[in-house]
Design a protein around this ligand. Structure first.
Ligand code: IPT
Length: 1000
């Protein structure tokens, strides 16, 4: 269609102007036309479409702009191809700058009425906020510009090409282009005009660009403001901030007393920037970001970033996210104590940044650059190190900074992600500093930190983070042994703050070990926190052959190359339901830390972790409860007083004048303290922190004694019936489908990943036979001791082809005083050579039960959500009630889920009457464990492991219960460290005693 550069020419956008800053919608008095809506559309299979840019597209389909063509009509129809997912690998041959001839290409058409009044003075500018990946624009049949930089704005001056009245816009968008090679982010490949489009009148004398410099001096309490203005035709501009009584000329500086901006106190002032022709409203936040003695500070105070990595995603819209979704994300972040967002791995829709300014989130704005697919080839031909790509990469950072620099929320610029190293890093860094040197620069790919102001890493272990915190950091390059330390570089790097731009990978059931990081971050000023990978599972709404809706991941759309479930690694499930990992994050990131104080009996410590706020807005509510029954409650706020930022208070029951009432010795008494906000608003977390203290433990179960009934075909012990081999066949009248010891779980994504050198837990478990366990029963005897009679069944639990197994002993006792009670002790002793940890140790009991999902489980233990050994900060002891259905977590990729730890009592509402459980003696090796881990499902672990998506799981007529001594932690091995020793379930002799009361 043109003499313009083609989609494989490595050149900066042609025929475009440097983009302006982006004022919030409605913030300018100049006129503009919203070009979102239905456009004519036709998809071709190569870039040379042959379509005439003067063709209005009569008879073509229509498509919604903004949107991706692959998702048009989803989840029911897929008329224009399908999404495809790869993480690192390019879905096209690595042959830069060439791309295949097969190249889905969309032709878009629409008309726009240009008002007569726009012509004759000023300019007319067509602005695209984001088009993936390369596009060419023609106006009234004349090609005017090409552009790329999928997540960056493009402005095209079309003044000379438009006429009053109707005009035809033609946009040709290719899926693949030379720029695919620099946009290899870990996400779906989705194309099209996916962000807003507008046609704007830029009046003569209008405001072209605004640079805001608004700093805050914490020593004086004053802010200094200077707004520089670029105007069309060098018109004079003024700046006024009515709230501060400021009337300034553009470029004039003023210093006045202000309230500073921070994520905790997002104070904004409205500045009106005026010329005779246009007024623009800019929201100004006064704050100063500085690195002081190697510590990251905001307004003079050390600040930790409690961050998340956010990709833009919606299940039916991909990256064409709506403003409602952007707001939902900000509110979810705020209510879960997130204070920072890394816009992984590209500048977000500009409205998102307006919301971060307004609600208070620190932002690392990241350039639209990732060249990860060159890594498998040893980074050969990496654009980051190629002079041919210099201008393209520099253009990208310039467009990002021009668009976004006025946002107070942005505290750092990032050069990109996973783009290796090379000369263009320095070029980009210099280009950013030339426009804005008020913010530190970030880039993880270069561990020498040559061009950055912070030392950034991803997935560094807790142990390494600790070393770095102490200033004893080692590796200077990826995959290099420690001896590569170069004196000067290492010494400089040790002066920089340390950030984990990605950590605690939230894939599937996880992350585990979150709070281990937080403790280290807190201990060392150099450590400035980190960003969870990642915010949301990118599950795409689709349907199976029967029309059942589900969320698809890699491979669900017929991709020949894909990275499977790796796209489902977020804190939110695709429908934005917070996963247990998100709830755990909120407990770890909580601004008010409440925990047992080990130095004093019966005391807790309350710590204000805000950098700027006191606890004046916090009410400290306490409850004393016995097995979930409230004994007394009140407020500690007066006793503790207002805490300044960083301050702690230690308060004991005694000092607070709280008396513990006398209660029976069969219950646990807990003192729970919750920090509750006195503020209101949809961004206000209900709880700002919580912690509890075990005030009284229950006495051990009193021994029972009774007798074993021998029948013709078996035995009976209280409500439990056994066959002649000693196999449990019914309990309280409910038939038993399976009862045996168990040592397996449906692998989590973390179990299935590499867990460290030479280790992959799920594979080890398979090799050890745990996927095919059978319990062999050897012997059944009725033993008599001083306690009475017991049915003792011995056997061995093991799987085919493995020498590993567990010696099993079951001891069943009746209670002469209550015919419905049976007491069971399960002893497990590992035999053989185990190569690693075990997934679980305990009793698997499957009871025949139609409608098992509706069975109500009422328990005393940790809750209300699931918890695992290394992800339990959010799970408080109390009494909770859920149906079995509600106990399930529907991870996008089904896997082990739903365990409740520390369960001391439970009541399970079976059809035949409640089954009551009380935990007795539970030991693992030499450790005594308080309570059991309880899991209930309407399907088996085998079914759970086999399902690829949650909708493939069907209740099978049984209630599958796990009563466990322990489970292995979950870790973050899918990308990062595995389970730490403090949560590892090593094979060891275990004992599980529970007392059951069954039947009506
Ligand atoms: C890291 C990427 O930066 C991120 O985009 C994502 O792919 C994540 O991994 C895994 O989910 S890079 C990896 C080599 C550590």
């Amino acid at each position: 269609m043109s003499s313009l550069p083609t989609h494989t020419d490595v050149v900066v956008p042609a025929g475009v102007r440097g983009p302006r800053f982006r004022p919030p919608a409605g913030a300018s008095t100049a006129e503009s036309l919203d070009l979102n809506g239905e456009w004519r559309f036709r998809l071709f299979d190569e870039a040379r479409t042959g379509a005439d840019s003067a063709d209005v597209g009569a008879g073509w389909d229509t498509i919604a702009v903004p949107g991706h063509w692959q998702l048009a009509g989803a989840p029911d129809a897929w008329p224009y191809g399908k999404p495809a997912y790869t993480n690192v690998l390019f879905p096209i041959p690595v042959d830069p700058p060439n791309v295949p001839r097969e190249n889905p290409t969309g032709e878009y058409r629409r008309t726009v009425e240009v008002p007569e009044t726009w012509l004759g003075s000023g300019r007319v500018v067509l602005r695209f906020e984001g088009v993936d990946s390369w596009f060419e624009v023609a106006v009234n049949g004349t090609p005017v510009a090409t552009s790329h930089g999928s997540r960056l704005p493009t402005e095209i001056d079309v003044t000379e090409h438009v006429q009053a009245g109707e005009n035809l816009l033609a946009v040709r968008v290719t899926q693949w282009s030379a720029f695919t090679y620099v946009e290899d982010q870990d996400q779906w490949w989705l194309s099209g005009i996916f962000r807003d489009v507008e046609l704007a009148h830029r009046p003569e004398g209008g405001i072209e660009h605004v640079s805001v410099d608004a700093s805050y001096d914490h020593t004086t309490g004053e802010g200094t403001l200077r707004i520089d203005v670029e105007t069309l035709g060098d018109a004079e501009a003024t700046v006024s901030v009515p709230e501060l009584g400021l009337e300034l000329a553009a470029g004039e500086e003023a210093t006045v007393a202000v309230e500073p901006w921070s994520a905790e106190t997002p104070r904004l002032y409205e500045a009106q920037v005026r010329t005779a022709a246009e007024t623009v409203v800019v929201r100004v936040g006064f704050r100063t970001i500085a690195i002081v003695d190697g510590v990251f500070t905001v307004n003079g105070a050390p600040v930790k970033l409690y961050g998340v990595n956010r990709h833009e995603f919606e299940p039916t819209r991909g990256r064409a996210v709506t403003r409602e979704t952007m707001l939902a994300d900000v509110l979810l972040a705020k209510t879960h104590h997130v204070n920072a967002v890394r816009t992984s791995h590209y500048p977000p829709h500009p409205h998102f940044l307006d919301l971060c300014d307004a609600y208070g989130l620190y932002v690392i704005d990241e350039n639209d650059l990732e060249t990860h697919g060159f890594e498998p080839n040893g980074w050969r031909d990496n654009p980051t190190d190629s002079p041919a790509w210099r201008d393209v990469l520099v253009d990208r950072v310039q467009r990002m900074v021009r668009r976004d620099a006025h946002h107070p929320s942005i505290v750092m610029w990032s050069l990109g992600n996973e783009a290796g190293v090379g000369r263009n890093l320095g070029e980009m860094a210099a280009a950013i500093r030339e426009i804005d040197d008020s913010r530190p620069l970030h880039y993880e790919g270069d561990w020498t930190a040559e061009h950055t102001d912070v030392y950034s890493r991803m997935y560094a272990s807790v142990a390494e983070t600790l070393e770095i915190g102490r200033g004893e950091d080692r590796a200077l390059q990826r995959n290099q042994p420690d001896d590569t330390i170069d004196g000067e570089t290492a010494a400089r790097r040790r002066t920089l703050p340390f950030i984990q731009c990605e950590y605690v990978h939230a894939m599937g059931n996880g992350p585990g070990g979150f709070s281990d990081y937080d403790e280290v971050f807190e201990a060392y000023p150099r450590l400035m926190g980190g960003f969870v990978w990642e915010w949301i599972d990118h599950g795409i709404a689709t349907r199976d052959a029967d029309g059942t809706p589900f969320y698809g991941y890699g491979g669900d759309f017929g991709e020949e190359l894909h990275d499977g479930t790796f796209i489902a690694d977020g804190l939110l499930l695709p429908d934005r339901t917070p996963s247990p990992g998100m709830v755990e994050m909120a407990a770890v990131y909580a601004p008010v830390r409440i925990e047992e104080f080990p130095g004093l009996d019966g005391a807790i410590e309350i710590r204000n972790r805000y950098a700027f706020r006191t606890t004046e807005h916090v009410d400290l509510r306490w409850t004393l409860s016995a097995d979930g029954e409230t004994l007394a409650e009140g407020s500690l706020s007066d006793a503790v007083g207002v805490l300044e930022p960083g301050e702690s208070a230690i308060v004991s029951l005694e000092a607070a004048g709280i008396e513990v009432p006398e209660v029976g010795d069969d219950v646990d008494v807990w003192w729970l303290v919750r920090a509750v906000s006195r503020e209101s608003g949809d961004h206000v977390p209900a709880e700002l922190g919580a912690g509890q203290l075990h005030v009284q433990g229950r006495a051990p179960l009193a021994p029972v004694s009774g007798s074993v009934e021998r029948g013709e075909d078996g035995f009976a012990v209280g409500p439990a019936r056994f066959d002649g081999a000693g196999r449990l066949v019914s309990l309280g009248g409910t038939p038993v489908r399976t009862s045996r010891a168990d040592a397996w779980r449906a692998p989590t994504d973390n179990d299935a990943a590499d867990n460290g050198p030479g280790r992959q837990d799920a594979r080890l478990w398979e090799q050890a036979g745990l996927t095919r366990l059978r319990e062999r029963l050897d012997d059944v005897t009725v033993e008599t001791d001083e306690q009475g009679e017991a049915l003792v069944v011995t056997g061995r639990l093991a799987g085919a082809a493995s020498e590993c197994g567990l010696a099993v002993t079951w001891t069943w006792r009746a209670d002469a005083e209550d015919p419905q009670t049976v007491d069971v002790t399960l002893d497990l002793v590992p035999e053989g050579r185990w190569a690693g940890p075990l997934p679980r140790l305990g009793w698997l009991l499957a009871l025949e039960q139609e409608g098992a999902g509706d069975v109500v489980v009422d328990w005393v233990g940790q809750g209300p959500g699931e918890s695992y050994a290394d992800s339990a900060k959010a799970a408080l002891f109390g009494r909770y009630r859920h149906t079995v259905e509600e106990l399930q977590t529907r991870y996008t990729h089904p896997q082990e889920n739903g365990a409740r730890r520390g369960v001391t009592r439970a009541r399970i509402g079976l059809a035949a009457g409640p089954l009551e459980l009380r935990a007795g003696e539970v030991t693992l090796g030499v450790d005594e464990i308080d309570g059991v881990e309880l899991t209930a499902r309407p399907w088996s672990d085998q079914a759970l492991a086999a399902a690829r998506h949650p909708h493939e799981l069907w209740p099978d007529g049984a209630l599958w219960l796990h009563v466990d001594v322990a489970q292995h932690g979950v870790g973050s091995a899918a990308c990062g460290p595995g389970v730490l020793p403090n949560a590892t379930l090593e094979p060891a002799p275990a004992r599980l005693q529970v007392r059951l009361r069954a039947g009506a």
